[in-house]
Design a protein around this ligand. Structure first.
Ligand code: ADP
Ligand code: ZN
Length: 207
């Protein structure tokens, strides 16, 4: 429990497409915590090595040091009991145990700030993010600017062909797109046929 503010833990999530400013917002909030002299620890999954290891880096080159972990169960053993704020970046790449870990940290009295892609390039909810969005006390869903038309963009468009769900580090492989300009590839996953309704809203739903 946080000795200075017992029971004050909670989860907040920053979600949106690539280029929406999730990392910038996470870094902004964590810097404010540091200015308030709170103890901060930041974690992100090791697979993202786009930039220097050991930093959360935004596309606008803001950065803050972080610890790299393979799995969410590596966070608790590394946690300093005095830590008051836990930041987690690229949450979509973590395993399904991440929401339970965040809940545990919040129950311990920590402020848990999680940033991640809410959808993959197909528009499919990404990894543990849907559950995190449901259980968080506070959610910020932020948009980017559509690269085609300038509208607010909620989707990530993949520009290169690949069999992998994730193409990390490929400069120019993705851009932000609005719903109108987003072009999902392939058929919807059988488990989630509702993701791409037919044009014209067929299916007898509300107008
Ligand atoms: P995220 O973590 O969501 O991918 P970042 O915080 O790394 O986003 O980067 C956000 C920054 O990216 C913006 O402040 C802006 O400078 C830059 N940027 C590049 N392309 C776009 C775009 N299409 N829409 C908005 N910002 C963009
Ligand atoms: Zn558009």
């Amino acid at each position: 429990m946080n000795p200075s503010r017992p029971g004050a833990g909670w989860i907040e999530v920053i979600a949106g497409p690539m280029f929406s400013g999730k990392s910038e917002e996470l870094i902004r909030l964590l810097r404010r915590s540091l200015i308030a002299r709170q103890r901060v620890q930041v974690f992100k999954p090791r697979l993202d090595n786009r930039y220097s290891e050991g930093d959360v880096v935004s596309h606008s080159q803001m950065r803050i040091p972080c610890e790299l972990v393979e799995r969410s169960d590596e966070v608790l053993p590394r946690l300093d009991p005095r830590t008051e704020v836990v930041g987690i970046d690229e949450a979509q790449f973590f395993d399904d145990a991440l929401p339970a870990l965040c809940g545990h940290l919040a129950n311990l009295g920590k402020r848990v700030i999680v940033a991640g892609l809410d959808m993959d390039y197909r528009g499919v909810p990404f990894g543990p993010m849907p559950v995190l969005l449901a259980v968080a006390e506070r959610v910020q869903k932020i948009s980017a600017i559509c690269s085609r038309c300038g509208a607010p963009a909620a989707y990530t468009q993949r520009l290169v062909a690949s069999d992998e769900l994730v193409v990390v580090g490929a400069a120019g492989a993705y851009e932000a797109r609005c719903r109108r300009c987003h072009e999902p590839e392939g058929a919807p996953p059988a488990s989630e046929p509702w993701l791409f309704p037919p044009p014209g809203g067929g299916g007898g739903g509300s107008p």
